[in-house]
Design a protein around this ligand. Structure first.
Ligand code: GDD
Ligand code: MN
Length: 365
């Protein structure tokens, strides 16, 4: 009798070439006697991680590769991997050997035995688990992030930051459209996406030391974590991109005023100073939105940047006309107060700038 596929192991990778063969050998050992497949989801790593995995795939059909071009992100890689299997259970494990793959058969056993269970999480914070050789700084940061997560998490997970878990694939597929897919926190995202809380069990493991390659967790990832939390709490009311776009817009007003003041101090006429201020603000906003709000679709290279900057200035100029027109209309024909009319104008202008630039500046490549 042919044995049915039991589990897919999804491995997000970026520059992990040296770890690929070791990990597959370890999976082979840990999952001996089970029917499994490994799915590497690689974001076109410059070191050739995807090719290293394909090489193994040619001799062992259990090893598969999703090679993504022009995309980055741990969470989104995991989601794609989880949706790319026919196995009833899917696990996510780091590609750098820091997670304990010998837990996989236990995770699978628990899910196969107990139909009331949806997720099994590898935890560093239950008895028997640990953070290995982390320094105090990293322990403190992780503890802080975990504490913040309590704001969105109803259940009592000991390690919501864990990137190591197994879940029934039906749940992963069902929840995929609800996920923010931002940053590193795929488990937290899954656990908070479900209306009916997912039923989970936890198994202890000790986080290993990385021996090859380096961590990709940096300030941008930390910022993405805050963005993901915002998205879960308020994203329904004000989309996170719009919030960032508007926040940057407010900073842009400061830049405008600063440049205007400096130019006038230098003896420029008001009109010239005002034009310089506006140009500086638009350039500043364009650069910041390109780096932050649209970092996943960032424009690169001289051509794209020039094109984007010009389109952004055009969109914002039309936005300004809309802003002034609406404010004047509310003020003159609807008897709005000056401040209220101005605010309505600004809001309309902001929505206009946001909607059109997401399409015509960052939606073209
Ligand atoms: N496809 C893809 N795209 N993979 C990525 C990306 C990306 O943009 N960024 C990181 N990865 C892969 C890495 O190659 C590695 O296999 C795995 O995701 C974990 O990344 P690390 O950079 O090694 O993260 P870490 O060890 O600092 O963080 C780990 O611990 C956290 C808990 O504190 C991860 O397991 C996190 O998921 C976990 O939350
Ligand atoms: Mn790591």
């Amino acid at each position: 009798m042919t044995q049915l596929l039991e589990i897919a192991v999804v491995i997000p990778t970026f520059n992990e070439k040296a770890n690929v063969p070791t990990l597959v050998a370890k999976l082979d050992q840990a999952l001996a006697g089970r029917r499994w497949e490994a799915i590497f989801v690689d974001d076109d790593s410059p070191d050739g991680t995807a090719e290293a995995a394909r090489e193994l795939g040619r001799i062992d059909a259990r090893v598969r590769v999703i090679h993504r071009i022009g995309r980055r992100g741990l969470s989104s890689a995991c989601i794609e991997g989880m949706c790319a299997t026919a196995a009833p259970v899917v696990a996510v494990i780091d590609g750098d050997l820091q997670h304990d793959e010998t837990l996989l058969p236990k995770m699978l056993d628990l899910l196969q035995r107990d139909p009331d269970l949806d997720v099994v999480v590898g935890s560093r914070f239950v008895d028997g688990g640990g953070t290995g050789e982390w320094d105090r700084d990293r322990v403190a940061k992780s503890a802080f992030a975990t504490k913040l997560s309590r704001k969105v998490l109803k259940g009592d997970l000991s390690d919501p930051m864990s990137g190591f878990f197994a879940i029934r694939t039906v749940h992963a597929r069902r929840l995929a459209p609800e996920l923010s897919a931002i940053g590193f926190k795929i488990l937290l995202d899954l656990m908070t996406a479900s209306d009916v809380p997912l039923r989970f069990a936890e198994l202890p493991y000790t986080f290993r030391v990385r021996t090859e390659g380096e961590s990709k967790l940096d300030h941008v990832v930390a910022m993405e974590y805050l963005i993901a939390l915002y998205d879960r709490m308020f994203g329904r009311f004000v989309p996170v991109r719009f919030a960032m776009f508007s926040g940057i817009g407010v900073l842009g007003v400061g830049v405008h005023m600063g440049v205007l003041g400096l130019a006038m101090l230098a003896g420029a006429a008001f009109l010239l100073a005002q034009i310089l201020g506006a140009l500086a603000a638009m350039t500043f906003n364009f650069a910041l939105n390109n780096a932050l709000t649209y970092r996943d679709r960032r424009l690169k290279g001289f051509r794209q940047l020039l094109d984007g900057w010009v389109s952004f200035c055009v969109v914002c100029s039309v936005g300004l006309v809309a802003n002034v027109g609406i404010a004047a209309f509310v003020h003159d024909f609807r008897d709005g107060g000056a401040a209220a009319s101005a605010l309505i104008g600004i809001l309309v202008g902001a929505v206009w700038n946001y909607a059109l630039s997401s399409k015509f500046v960052w939606g073209r490549y």
